[in-house]
Design a protein around this ligand. Structure first.
Ligand SMILES: Nc1ncnc2c1ncn2[C@@H]1O[C@H](COP(=O)(O)OP(=O)(O)OP(=O)(O)O)[C@@H](O)[C@H]1O
Ligand SMILES: [Mg+2]
Length: 234
């Protein structure tokens, strides 16, 4: 039997804006196995990023239980949440690089967060960016910035890599380079959880979760998966 790395039960998330309250996530039950490649799809506004942020310890739930990588996130205080955030990697659509640091320095700052030495050169070579280590983010293309953002997350040797729309701003060639990096990383054992609008990615995934209007409408596992290069781009 495979080991579970995430276990979510009866998760609800409600936000209140003035007098209006909106239920962003409704009664979510979800299990993710260690080593899975998970793709979360669904329409804009469905709650995908909200779910990913809660799983990644960046946002909190209103009720329910969320366990991930051995942490009970829903019951944790800030200190435990910080420990959890050090263990996982998060890649944002807008890259979130620090503009006045070089590529290599952007990765080295991770050692401040994780309190252990990060091998920036190794992380950069994993994404094929080792020759551009001394450039600044402003001197890179979108695809290259995304690869640096992934390298930064990888430098933590994360238990889980969370990615919100990692190819959202990329063309097919750059996007598929990123998918290749994610697929290789997953094949070396890292659990990868990706939110995407790229429907073709579903065929790459071991596990597909469809979120519509704050609810999980489909939760399936694929027996066969395709290579990153064969993902239909639309
Ligand atoms: N902090 C917040 N306060 C109020 N409403 C929020 C907050 N965060 C998200 N929402 C609302 O929750 C809903 C779900 O947002 P979310 O960002 O999770 O959607 P999404 O599925 O990631 O969409 P997209 O594909 O466009 O990124 C949206 O209606 C959004 O406006
Ligand atoms: Mg989103």
């Amino acid at each position: 039997m495979m080991k579970k790395i995430c276990n979510v039960s009866k998760l609800n998330k409600t936000v209140k804006t003035g007098e209006v309250s909106q239920q962003l996530l409704k009664n979510i039950d979800l299990k993710i196995e260690d080593g899975e490649f998970v793709v979360i799809v669904g329409p804009s506004g469905a709650g995908k990023s909200t779910l990913l942020n809660i799983l990644g310890g960046l946002d909190s739930s209103t009720s329910g239980d969320v366990e991930s990588a051995g942490f009970k996130l829903s019951k944790s205080r800030e200190k435990a949440l910080n420990d959890y955030r050090r263990k996982i990697g998060f890649v944002f659509q807008d890259y979130s690089l620090i503009e006045n640091l070089t590529v290599k320095e952007n990765i080295e700052v991770m050692s401040v967060v994780t309190k252990k030495k990060c091998d920036a050169d190794k992380a950069l070579s994993l994404v094929g960016m080792e020759k551009q280590a001394d450039k600044f983010p402003g001197q890179l293309s979108g695809g290259e910035k995304q690869r640096v953002a992934i390298a930064r997350a990888l430098a933590k040797e994360p238990a889980i890599l969370f990615c919100d729309e990692p190819t959202g701003a990329l063309d097919e060639k750059n996007g598929k380079n990123v998918l290749r990096i994610l697929q290789d990383l997953n094949r070396r054992g890292t659990t990868v959880i990706v939110v995407t609008h790229l429907l073709g990615m579903q065929k790459m995934a071991d596990h597909v979760i469809r979120v519509i209007d704050g609810e999980i409408k489909e939760d399936i596992r694929n027996t066969k998966t395709i290579e990153a290069e064969d993902v239909l781009w639309n």
